[in-house]
Ligand binder design. Structure first.
Ligand SMILES: [Zn+2]
Length: 131
């Protein structure tokens, strides 16, 4: 998806990308897991593969040793249309947090409860199975 710095941020904040998730993609750390989740959604939308990689915890099942392949698949995924992000709830904690969301991508809706942990900063770990 083509997004410029003046486009509306894909995370749905209503702000311009350059005034929103852009700062995280350029190195500042989100203060909580909700900001991280939103900025990861935006990173997928703009194809900021390195941001996805550095915010995925090494013990995550989504962490891939082959960075080259991983970057390729993120870039491929970023061609999708990231229409909307809805936050359903956010359970904050000291070391662990959860964000449940609905992502509207192309013609499907993806619902996930993501788990995040805090080490030196917040990291994405995995999707929680609620069944
Ligand atoms: Zn944003």
């Amino acid at each position: 998806m083509k997004i410029s710095k003046n486009s509306k941020c894909p995370c749905g904040s209503g702000k311009k990308y350059k005034e929103c998730c852009f700062k995280f993609h350029k190195g500042s750390n989100p203060k909580n897991a909700l900001e991280l989740m939103k900025s990861r959604f935006s990173a997928y939308a703009v194809g900021e593969a390195n941001y996805i990689i550095k915010t995925t915890h090494k013990n995550s099942p989504h962490f891939e040793e082959n960075k080259k392949e991983w970057i390729k698949s993120i870039k491929e995924f970023s061609k999708s249309e990231f229409k909307k992000l809805e936050i359903i709830n956010f359970i904050d904690g000291e070391k662990e947090a959860f964000v449940k969301f609905r992502a509207y991508i192309d013609d499907y809706v993806m619902e996930e409860k993501s788990r995040f942990i805090k080490k030196d900063k917040w990291y994405y770990v995995e999707a929680e199975n609620e069944n």
